[in-house]
Design a protein around this ligand. Structure first.
Ligand SMILES: [Zn+2]
Length: 366
């Protein structure tokens, strides 16, 4: 059985769920602390005076969140590594090849877990800080709107709170300069790490069993980064660059030549097996393995991007629902959620991609 980074992505969901639930709690705290006396004079002054309550609420949320996410993340990475190891053992067993030593070095998995914990640090910092800025901003904007006499304070406050709900807790920028909403950022970090742990454990097992080559799957709906490597044979270790490798082949009664497109490390450095990637590598046995070609009517990369967009919209309107100060706003948010869910159903039916209900949630943990 081959393993792709995408195979481990479901392991990220419990972790992302913890963060998304915390985000919703934060939005509800804001809503509840801003609501009292909203239509009465003196609201802004009273709410400003009460801002310490928000700070205390946030300080209560973070430690529990940190403990839960730390545990969930460690477990996710361990399970991902186990998945990879098992898949490799399965492939070896299929060809009646020995699996190599029982226990492999777990340092790579531990290193991945530590790096992931570091990825979360900015998130806790933002959860403590940003809602306090938003709280002050909502009070200021609601007061301004009313002074200008154009709109009611409820509408002005709702507008300011909606702006926050639309984005959620933000400020996460990846190494390529793209900014992410919280749930997507965390899921991206965990999926990337779990994906790496799985594919690494897979090839580590193959290498420990004395194997030299893997081939790259062609799942269709290709991501541009991986296309150059599709269907190619790669060396598990060794120098970069295409070359011919001669190997002993008992059944063929002599040597066979394997054309490799490069090394696995080289392909990964060029972006192959990025986060969420569905490209896998499988054991390649010279003279035995025939590399399969792409399935004919694979769903396109574009439709998977459209699915991600709809999932983001659903999460956005669920945050709006949590931020709703009255029933009108709540009903409007719910109908937008249903619209996007309907579009998503149509898309997944046409594209054949499975729906990922957890990615549409902001509160599925509690
Ligand atoms: Zn890919």
């Amino acid at each position: 059985m081959a393993v792709s980074p995408g195979d481990a992505e479901h392991l990220a969901e419990p972790v992302a769920a913890e963060f998304a639930a915390a985000e919703r709690t934060v939005i509800e705290q804001l809503r509840d602390l801003l609501t009292p006396g909203l239509s009465r004079p003196g609201w802004a002054r009273a709410r400003t005076a009460a801002s310490g309550l928000l700070r205390r609420a946030l300080l209560r949320i973070v430690p529990g969140l940190r403990a839960r996410t730390g545990q969930a993340a460690t477990l996710a990475v361990q399970r991902a590594a186990l998945l990879g190891d098992r898949a490799a053992r399965g492939e070896l067993a299929q060809h009646e090849l020995p699996p190599g030593p029982n226990d492999l070095d777990i340092t790579p998995t531990q290193r991945l877990t530590r790096a992931l914990a570091e990825d979360f640090e900015p998130v806790y910092a933002r959860i403590l800080r940003q809602p306090q800025d938003v709280y002050r901003d909502v009070i200021a904007r609601a007061s301004e709107g009313v002074l200008e006499g154009q709109i009611t304070r409820v509408r002005a406050a709702q507008r300011a709170l909606d702006d926050f709900a639309d984005r959620g807790i933000t400020g996460f920028v990846d190494s390529r300069g793209r900014s992410w909403e919280l749930a997507a950022y965390v899921a991206m970090a965990v999926r990337t790490t779990c994906g790496r742990a799985a594919v690494q454990a897979h090839v580590d097992r193959l290498a420990a069993a004395g194997q030299q080559f893997v081939y790259v799957s062609a799942p269709g709906g290709s991501c541009p980064l991986c296309e150059p490597w599709e269907g190619k044979v790669l060396a598990i270790s060794g120098p970069p660059g295409p070359r011919d490798v001669k190997v002993q082949h008992a059944a063929a009664g002599g040597r066979v030549t394997v054309h490799v497109a490069g090394s696995l490390m080289e392909a990964r450095a060029a972006g192959f097996q990025h986060a969420n990637c569905r490209h896998s590598v499988s054991l390649f046995l010279p003279g035995v393995t025939t590399v399969p070609t792409a399935p004919p009517d694979a769903p396109s990369y574009e439709s998977s991007q459209e699915q991600r967009r709809l999932e983001r919209q659903i999460r956005r309107w669920k945050r709006r629902e949590a931020a709703a100060l009255d029933d009108t706003a709540r009903t409007a948010a719910r109908s937008r959620i249903r619209d996007h869910q309907a579009s998503l159903r149509i898309l997944t039916r046409e594209s054949g991609w499975p729906r990922k209900p957890a990615r549409e949630q902001i509160d599925y943990a509690h």
